[in-house]
Ligand binder design. Structure first.
Ligand code: PMP
Length: 409
């Protein structure tokens, strides 16, 4: 196969540029190449411990040892993955005795990561609601737009973040959600909003759920950080409010962060329908979307999650390990705010303590972000999103001194 056969020569003649590198993953590549020993990476959304490492969780190691000892085949998974995994995921996202589970109107597919869940969900929705518009928050995780556009949707934004208060633009959000017509699709972050760290409280979720029910748009809930905000149960509050109000919705779960399974591509797509028959119909279309895409999911990550969640001792161990990650992030936020204050920076950064999850909108301008990268080897995504988990006791002083230089002029 020559390049010519691929038609690339023809495109080169038309001066088509190479595709741009991914902004966030590209930043890590640049950071890796930086020889400065003081360099700090606050770009990519990966949990890091105080040593700057992302070790395999001990509960995951134990599960893998068991799997290695007992595995007898590598034959294909079913199209929608292991049914047992689906049941365990449903209990994790909704709680064991949730009515949607008891009424048998939820179905779950094992998919390659949260990205896989979003893309399979997008392909499914495109088939049944082809002309709909997909709405995402302003701002949102950069890949949301790409995923839904790749599935053929046009994507629009609803108001979300309020720069002046560094909190939620509640009035703007509710007003925009009111304008979205029935049948359109609205992507909502269940917790630990990426990139702002600004979440809805219980009362705000109730308002959003009431609008969804009245207007009849389809909620697509992105649940990528369950347990990273306030706890596994607390973090599902918004999802439960939406399920109470809306007979039909989709949920994409990622286990990249909360199980630390990033490279194992472990996620789930759940569909909740009005009744059992409709859930079966929806799931049959989801299976078709999977079949023509990657046929059936990678098994290993799902087997790890199944091993942990089906064993009470391992589940409790995992919950403790997850709690330790959550506590460290909250503690880093506190120390960061304090250290910035101690540097004599006039700006009040206490809002960082109110934000949830791995990310924080720092309020740094693109010029300040560029200065920090070029002069200080501190890597922050354009737009000023900081991955708080990248801050350690080793780099916090250097980081805050450098920020003081930028902010105090
Ligand atoms: N949704 C959001 C909001 C995310 O932040 C991420 C991961 N950065 C994903 C989905 C995708 O997760 P995964 O790595 O499991 O595909």
């Amino acid at each position: 196969l020559s390049i010519q056969a691929l038609g690339l020569r023809a495109t080169a003649e038309r001066h088509v540029q190479a595709a741009p590198p991914d902004a966030i993953l590209g930043l890590t590549e640049a950071w890796k190449k930086d020889p400065n020993p003081l360099k700090v990476n606050l770009g990519v959304g990966i949990y890091k411990d105080d040593k700057g490492q992302t070790p395999v969780l001990p509960s995951v190691k134990t599960a893998e040892e068991r799997l290695l000892a007992t595995a007898s085949t590598k034959t294909y998974m079913p199209i929608g993955g292991a049914p047992e995994y689906g049941k365990l995921v449903q209990a994790l996202i909704l709680g064991t005795d949730h009515p949607a589970i008891q009424e048998n109107r939820i179905r779950t597919a094992q998919v390659p990561g949260g990205t896989g869940g979003l893309r399979v969900g997008a392909d499914f929705l495109r088939k049944i609601r082809g002309g709909a518009t997909v709405w995402v928050s302003r701002p949102t995780w950069a890949n949301h737009k790409g995923i839904f556009e790749a599935a053929g949707f046009s994507v629009k934004e609803y108001a979300y973040y309020h720069a002046a208060t560094r909190g939620l633009d509640e009035a703007g959000l509710l007003a925009d959600l009111e304008t979205i017509p029935a049948g359109d699709i609205v992507v909502l972050h269940v917790c630990c909003h990426n990139p702002s760290g600004v979440d809805l409280d219980a009362a705000q979720w109730e308002k959003v759920a009431a609008i969804a029910a009245r207007k009849g748009w389809i909620p697509f809930l992105d649940f990528a950080y369950q347990g990273f905000g306030s706890g596994v149960e607390e973090d599902r509050e918004g999802l439960l409010a939406m399920v109470r109000a809306c007979p039909e919705l989709l949920v994409s779960s990622s286990f990249s962060k909360n199980f630390g399974l990033y490279q194992e591509r472990t996620g789930a797509l759940s569909v909740i329908a009005a009744n059992r028959a409709q859930a079966d119909i929806a799931f049959s279309h989801i299976e078709i979307a999977i079949r023509v895409n990657y046929s059936n999911p990678p098994a290993h990550g799902g087997l790890i999650v199944t091993t942990i969640l089906s064993d009470e001792v391992l589940t409790n161990q995992w919950l403790e390990e997850l709690g330790a990650m959550r506590t460290r992030i909250a503690e880093v936020r506190r120390q960061f705010v304090l250290a910035l204050k101690n540097q004599g920076i006039a700006t009040d950064f206490s809002f960082i303590n109110r934000q949830k999850g791995m990310f924080s909108f720092s309020g740094l301008s693109d010029e300040q972000v560029a200065f920090l990268r070029e002069k200080k080897s501190i890597y922050i995504v354009k737009g000023g999103r900081i991955s708080v988990a990248g801050i350690t006791s080793q780099n916090i002083d250097y980081l805050c001194q450098s920020l003081a230089e930028v902010l105090n002029g």
